[in-house]
Write a protein that binds this ligand. Structure first.
Ligand SMILES: Cc1cc2nc3c(=O)[nH]c(=O)nc-3n(C[C@H](O)[C@H](O)[C@H](O)COP(=O)(O)OP(=O)(O)OC[C@H]3O[C@@H](n4cnc5c(N)ncnc54)[C@H](O)[C@@H]3O)c2cc1C
Length: 433
């Protein structure tokens, strides 16, 4: 029996649909408010696949202000994100870590411009600056932060669970309305407030889906710093050391309008070539390297007619829709805590007004941080129990990021595959490893 069947007919204070960073963040926020005020709330978080299986587990893994948004004079957005960066570095030190970026520009004029950009970036960070930047000369650098983005989703889910929230992965919802939801298996649940945190799966008219893709190459340069390259087309491309002991480099991202289903998102030939060419320009030895893997996901952005995919704002929108559902869209992973707080404020005004102005996530560290165990068997058990992973593909590509860290053979993969009750062929074929 699927655990969701036990929910049939139950009434919750809040049902949240979508277990990406926004849904998980709202679940933790509501749970912490209820706990700190000793005001019990029944909260349910439903995810159709595994935690962080959407954009939140397949992004650039950066907790950043977004240096490039200064170009669009999105100063407010950058300042807000820099302040959230500081909060996450403080409250989730096991998952979020500082990362230095070396800048690669297109000549001295460019360097002057971007050096000035870094000065403004640091000024906006103010007391939250992380480290010493280099503003002048040929070795420009600045500090930001990075995280294993699926892990921070799970940090939020684990805290919410610990405080009594019912959190169910593998529970797709087929109907959402202002007073409840219906799951694919027919189970209906009533709720005083329903929150739609389906990200790119929420296809409301105001949403623009923009695909971002990454390619993974073997490690391109020594050391733990990342490289931020300002390309001649005005886009920024990150080269991020990635994986346990940094065996590979993550290169991305692109910005391409996506009109297909949110369930089938793949890098195009043009995007691959675009990223490969930039890598070869900066690191000529990469031209002979095999692409170890690729991954793509969707940015759910607020539509702004006439704007390019790159220049469309990363602002967020949180409001009740005419059907009575509270919707959370747009924004960035980095600002999820603030977005979750604003969504929880609105939800509480309806379900528990005395909790509407409590903001515990500003100061509460994660009580059950995600420290995944070592050892393959333990790691598989953890992925199943804590992350909701059910397949070899989910385990290798999102939970562990191991998929591209070596050239896997069928022999290597068989024991892992059998732990998930399947074979390795489908995985090897799909990822052409
Ligand atoms: C390529 C790329 C790189 C990015 N890099 C960064 C970065 O480095 N830093 C940063 O700050 N931001 C970054 N972003 C933005 C950021 O990742 C997103 O804004 C954020 O992850 C969105 O989170 P979400 O919870 O709204 O969506 P998602 O993570 O997609 O979560 C939505 C969840 O809802 C679930 N769901 C959908 N339908 C249903 C249903 N019917 N029933 C139950 N569950 C359902 C999905 O399975 C999914 O898990 C990047 C975005 C992209 C595309």
């Amino acid at each position: 029996m699927h655990p969701s069947e036990e929910l049939a007919g139950r009434h919750f204070d809040a049902v949240i649909v979508g277990g990406g960073i926004n849904g998980a963040g709202i679940a933790r926020d509501l749970a912490l408010r209820a706990h700190s005020a000793k005001h019990p709330l029944n909260i349910l978080l439903l995810e159709k696949s595994f935690w962080g299986s959407g954009t939140s587990g397949k992004n650039s893994h950066l907790i950043h202000g977004g240096l490039r948004y200064l170009k669009y004079l999105d100063v407010g957005l950058v300042r807000e994100a820099l302040s959230e960066r500081a909060t996450l570095l403080k409250l989730a030190p096991n998952t979020v870590r500082p990362l230095r970026f070396k800048l690669s520009t297109n000549g001295p004029l460019d360097s002057l411009k971007y050096g000035a950009g870094i000065i403004l970036y640091d000024l906006l960070a103010g007391q939250h600056r992380i480290g010493k930047s280099q503003y002048f000369g040929t070795n420009l650098s600045y500090w930001d932060a990075a995280s294993d983005s699926a892990a921070l989703v799970i940090d939020n889910v684990r805290d919410a669970k610990q405080l009594g929230t019912v959190c169910l992965p593998r529970s797709p919802v087929r109907r959402i309305s202002g007073d409840g939801v219906e799951l694919d298996n027919g189970v209906r649940v009533k709720a005083a407030t329903v929150i739609d945190a389906r990200g790119p799966w929420n296809r409301s008219a105001s949403m623009r889906l923009v695909r971002g893709s990454h390619i993974v190459l073997p490690r391109l340069f020594p050391g733990g710093d990342a490289v931020a390259h300002f390309h001649t087309d005005g886009r920024i491309i990150f080269f991020i050391p990635w994986g346990d002991l940094n065996p590979v480099t993550l290169i991305g991202t692109t910005d391409v309008d996506h009109s297909g289903s949110a369930d089938s998102v793949e890098i195009s030939w043009n995007e691959t070539e675009y990223l490969q060419n930039i890598a070869a320009k900066l690191f000529p030895h990469s031209a002979d390297m095999p692409i170890l893997g690729t991954f793509s996901s969707l940015r759910p952005l607020l539509a702004a007619p006439g704007k390019s995919a790159s220049s469309t704002s990363r602002e967020h929108h949180i409001a009740y829709r005419p059907d009575g559902v509270l919707e959370i869209t747009g924004g960035k992973y980095t600002t999820y805590r603030l977005m979750a707080e604003q969504a929880a404020d609105l939800a509480c005004l309806r379900i528990a007004p005395n909790l509407a102005s409590l903001h515990p996530t500003r100061t509460a560290p994660f009580t059950v941080p995600t420290l995944r165990p070592n050892g393959v068997d333990q790691r598989i058990a953890w992925a199943k129990a804590e992350e909701g992973c059910e397949t070899l593909e989910e385990f290798l590509t999102c939970s562990t990021n191991w998929a591209w860290q070596k050239h896997w053979t069928a022999q290597d993969l068989e024991p892992l595959a059998s732990a998930f009750g399947g074979g390795a062929e489908a995985f090897l074929e799909r990822y052409e490893l």
